[in-house]
Design a protein around this ligand. Sequence first.
Ligand code: NAP
Length: 321
Amino acid sequence: MKKVVVFSQIDQDVLTQLQQEYQVVVLNPKLGDINEQIRTEVVDADAMIGAGRLLNQSNLAPAQKLKMISTVSVGYDNYDVDYLNQQRIWLANTPHVLTETTADLAFSLLLSAARKIPQLDAWTKQGQWKRTVAVEQFGVDVFGKTLGIIGLGHIGAAIARRGFHGFNMDILYHNRREKIEVAQAFNAQYRDLDQLLQQSDFIVVAVDLNSESKALIGAEQFDLMQKHAVFINIARGSVVDENALIDALKQNKIFAAGLDVYAKEPLQSSPLFELPNVVTAPHIGSATAETRQKMVKLAYQNLIDGLEGRIPRYLVNPKFE
Ligand code: NAP
């Protein structure tokens, strides 16, 4: 019987389905060092499924017949793809099914940060609403403003659509290469990164994490933004120099930020927690019941395909047999 290692919590129905056909080992961080568990269980495993763990040579090296890793995520920066290619281990991901939900989250952060919703929610619940709000509690307008999107991929385009149709925004974008057709749908104008940062009222980062996007936004880039700018990151924490962002927020170089992702996750303590002008979400871009279900089903299908020798639909590596 083929062996599958489950390295994070997954939907119970999918787990039950897997258990009917394969030998399944579910790792549990409460039972000790997770990397040690991976190293032990991977030795005779045929496949792995899960999300949110770093998988690379250091914990996969003992694997003797691993054929397939199915990640329940679209981002695959947690995996050493070069190593997987070298070992001829397939990696498959779950694009598309989370695009709209993640774009919703980006817009939730944008609106929350622009209108200071979390701060004013706390203020109201603390019984401080004894008079009308003061000028310092005012937000900034969103409707009709300029939205700059860095990374006009699937999620970036879904964010652009919301801004263009829902909020009558002018859309600017920056991408490694121009996306003429996608951009036409929202009348989005291409800008180089510096121009986009200088001209946008709202800046949303939606790139995948790769060698070119790592630390793409640092002190120099925050200095270019407008004082009233709202900065949103739903991509990956390492795309942004978090210390530079904290400085920019502390010195009111920008109006506010909305973050879903961080340099180190889970974020247990951070100077960000002390700042009133940042909205912090705990990496919930795709975290709705419906979307997570779709993702895990897709990941299951990828896994089964890989295990049965069919090339998975959403393969990340080149198509080696
Ligand atoms: P995608 O379709 O691959 O889009 C990524 C876009 O970023 C592509 O258009 C790519 O350009 C562009 N890009 C990459 N590096 C760049 C750089 N250095 N400068 C400018 N543009 C660059 O991926 P997606 O489905 O939209 O997802 C994007 C990322 O969002 C994922 O990789 C993941 O890390 C993150 N994400 C987060 C959550 C969450 O829970 N917060 C949920 C889902 C996804 P090219 O066209 O040149 O490749």
